[in-house]
Design a protein around this ligand. Structure first.
Ligand SMILES: [Zn+2]
Length: 113
């Protein structure tokens, strides 16, 4: 019989990974900002800007990928795709068929981009 459980640490993990993946790009932004506002537009300034923009694109892609994948806390199986897909305003729920558990992540899909 299918049971429904809530992964209480899913939101915490989501925010922690978001912060950790953003950290390397903050110095690039600060360096580009300081050099640009000082009127220094050499190849280092542009390199920082390009790397920061690439980091932002990667961050958006990685975030979307993480919204559609979930590791079952019981058996560690990687589940790809929430039960109802990603629909705006709907909770993100994954089903592990090994454990027969519906996992509520506590997150709601909010963007269609
Ligand atoms: Zn499982």
């Amino acid at each position: 019989m299918t049971t429904t459980r809530k992964d209480h640490r899913a939101g915490y993990r989501y925010i922690l990974v978001n912060i950790l993946t953003m950290l390397p790009f903050i110095p690039l932004f600060v360096i580009a900002w300081r050099r640009g506002s000082s009127g220094i537009w050499d190849h280092w300034t542009w390199t920082c800007i390009v790397l920061f923009v690439l980091g932002a694109i990667f961050g958006l892609w990685y975030q979307r990928r993480r919204e559609t994948r979930f590791r079952c806390p019981e058996c560690r199986t990687l589940i790809v795709g929430p039960i109802d897909g990603l629909r705006i305003g709907h909770p993100i729920i994954f089903y592990c068929d090994k454990c027969d558990i519906r996992w509520e992540t506590g997150s709601t899909f909010t963007s269609s981009e």
